[in-house]
Design a protein around this ligand. Structure first.
Ligand SMILES: Nc1ncnc2c1ncn2[C@@H]1O[C@H](COP(=O)(O)OP(=O)(O)OP(=O)(O)O)[C@@H](O)[C@H]1O
Length: 264
């Protein structure tokens, strides 16, 4: 899909992603090219094991890419220092934070690290950003709880709060709705949508909630074994991109409702 005349926040050019071992490498996905315009909510979907997490970690510079290039704001991420990258991009992965002994407030405060001075002291602006991030993720009441005391869903929201406190134009989230109940799933996805519309953030998230992603995303990346397709949800439905995601004798996609159903 061309993104004519729009500012491109994230671009993949002929990207191959996978894993290096001592002697060789394993390619998980290749020839991936797309441009994500600024201010969009972009859902990444695909079957288990197709490579969504591998792709997201590669785009975020958290694992080496096999070949090709990734650009943020028109600059290759390979040219950026870790600190430069941390002011452009925040990441929420599915893994638990390194130290679950931190309180939620401490975890969210870590998000300000790229912005604080060398002593790490917080300015008024830092404190405001932390407070705002906790309010909008519904985690303020958990501020003094240790991360190990949280439910999986509460921890998930605290991790999102940390990324929001980092206040970057681009946010990448790997399955942000895992562990969340129906209310918080809708709450988080609506929040992500609001952040794109009200603050102009570009948000790329992977999900297995394909129905919800179809309803909310401006653009979607559909990852299949041999190709990654990008377009608006409507055009992807028209092109039948969701019909072949799963074995058709078990799950069928209804292009009229935009939903999947189990085949009897
Ligand atoms: N550290 C690793 N080293 C080697 N191979 C890996 C590693 N991590 C994942 N893989 C492999 O890469 C492939 C893609 O895994 P990945 O986790 O990216 O898929 P996914 O689409 O995110 O899956 P899911 O929907 O189940 O979370 C899988 O075959 C997996 O076994």
């Amino acid at each position: 899909m061309a993104a004519k005349g729009k500012h491109i926040m994230l671009e993949a050019r002929n990207l191959s992603v996978g894993y290096f071992s001592k002697r060789n490498h394993t390619t998980i996905a290749k020839k991936i090219s797309f441009q994500l315009p600024a201010g969009q909510l972009v859902g990444l979907v695909g079957a288990n094991g197709v490579g969504k997490s591998t792709l997201l970690r590669s785009l975020a510079g958290m694992q080496p890419i096999l070949s090709g290039n990734v650009y943020i704001n028109g600059e290759a991420i390979s040219e950026k220092t870790a600190l430069q990258l941390a002011t452009q991009l925040s990441v929420v992965l599915t893994e638990a934070p390194a130290s679950k002994n931190l309180t939620v407030a401490e975890l969210v405060t870590l998000g300000r690290q790229p912005h604080t001075n060398w002593m790490g002291s917080l300015s008024e602006k830092d404190t405001e950003k932390i407070k705002h991030a906790m309010t909008i993720t519904d985690t303020a009441s958990l501020a003094q709880k240790k991360c190990f005391e949280l439910s999986d869903g509460q921890l998930q929201r605290a991790a999102i709060a940390r990324a929001l406190a980092q206040d970057t134009p681009l946010i990448i989230l790997d399955e942000p709705t895992t562990h969340l109940d129906l209310y918080h799933r809708a709450y988080v996805l609506k929040l992500l949508k609001q952040l794109t519309k009200q603050l102009g953030k570009t948000i790329l998230f992977s999900t297995h909630e394909i129905d919800l992603a179809i309803q909310l995303s401006d653009t979607m990346l559909v990852m299949q074994e041999d190709v990654v397709i990008i377009d608006t949800p409507c055009k992807l439905i028209e092109a039948g991109a969701f019909n072949t995601l799963f074995p058709e004798d078990t799950i069928a996609f209804d292009s009229k409702t935009g939903r999947f159903s189990i085949k009897n």
